[in-house]
Design a protein around this ligand. Structure first.
Ligand code: PBG
Ligand code: ZN
Length: 321
């Protein structure tokens, strides 16, 4: 085998290479601040007011990133998440501003209610046999309204992340009825009930007041159920599937890539925080571990990788060329 690893031969036989266009940068836009605010649990990441978000998107563009996914922190929360579909809601403003400044940047929005509800759950809650919990069917219209309002503002891709049954079909129908047949739907189709979302919940102010998300997100040990979730979303009309988190779920990612649709992997806040924290202490080589993690996510079958390392990784790729 060592013949194929000769220094001159090795680069010719590399099976998987990361490209800048594989990388998707998550961005947080915050209606309550006037200047960028660092996110403590995610070193190097910030919440931005709209203007600064546009500047950041410009730097990402210059680094070679062509796709961003936006999360909003609204000024007001209530039990209907009404700021999530408001015409001049924070994400709606941000989409318009980014598309105005950078028409070539593909803008995706996270479609969920947990940043917009006062209780922090991902949709409408009510009494169930499990106590007060997320209600499935009553939340579908809300997701359709959020997605439609993002599309109306100019979003190219909407990404529902709430793990409701029937959400893809409901959103696709609403987009088509509203004249947005060309807006893509990237479903968070296989989303695990992971402890790795902790830093994000600080970043997006989306921690929940009661209960947990285990009645709608998948138990980490369930691979067959994880596959079925993505298969159903494919049948409902998703354009892009997603596995989240990424690094601990590469077997699931590989199986879902076999469905034939493009697949995204979300390297989540906790995965980023682990690498950053150990890197800051000098316990690991941050750059090398980050690039290894991204390369292996690609090897497992991801077409897109949503990662907080997007801008840095684009810079590292540039240096390697
Ligand atoms: C909202 C949402 C979450 C993440 C993306 N969209 C949090 C959650 O489900 O609790 C997590 C992203 C990350 O941890 O980086 N539903
Ligand atoms: Zn949510």
């Amino acid at each position: 085998m060592r013949r194929t690893r000769r220094r001159d031969i090795q680069p010719l036989l590399r099976e998987n290479r990361l490209h800048k266009t594989d990388l998707v940068a998550p961005l947080f836009v915050d209606a309550t601040i006037a200047s960028p605010r660092p996110i403590e649990t995610m070193p190097g990441q910030f919440r931005y007011p709209v203007d600064d978000l546009v500047d950041r998107a410009g730097r990402l563009w210059d680094a070679g990133i062509r796709l961003v996914i936006l999360f909003g922190i609204p000024a007001r929360k209530n039990n209907r998440a009404s700021e999530a579909y408001a015409k001049d809601g924070i994400v709606q403003q941000a989409v318009r501003a980014v598309k105005d400044a950078l028409p070539g940047m593909v803008v995706c929005t996270d479609v969920c209610a947990c940043e917009y509800t006062d209780h922090g759950h991902c949709g409408i809650v009510g009494k169930t046999r499990d106590g007060v919990d997320l209600l499935n069917d009553p939340s579908l219209a809300l997701m359709a309204d959020i997605a439609s309002s993002h599309a109306e503002s100019g979003a190219d891709i909407v990404a529902p992340s709430c793990m409701l049954d029937g959400m893809v079909q409901a959103i696709r129908a609403a987009l088509d009825d509203g004249g947005h047949a060309d807006v893509l739907l990237m479903s968070y189709s296989t989303k695990f009930a992971s402890a790795l979302y902790g830093p994000f919940r600080d970043a997006a102010d989306s921690g929940y007041a009661f209960g947990d998300r285990t009645t709608y997100q998948i138990a980490p040990g369930n691979g067959r159920e994880a596959f079925l979730e993505s298969k159903l979303d494919a049948e409902e009309g998703a354009d892009i599937l997603m596995v989240k988190p990424a690094g601990l779920y590469l077997d699931v990612l590989a199986s879902i890539a076999g469905l034939g649709l493009p697949v995204a992997a979300y390297q989540v806040s906790g995965e980023y925080a682990l690498i950053k924290a150990a890197g800051e202490r000098g316990w690991i080589d941050e750059r090398a571990v980050a690039m290894e993690s991204l390369t292996c996510i690609k090897r497992a079958g991801a077409d897109l990788i949503i990662t907080y390392f997007a801008e840095e990784a684009a810079g590292w790729l540039h240096e390697e060329q």
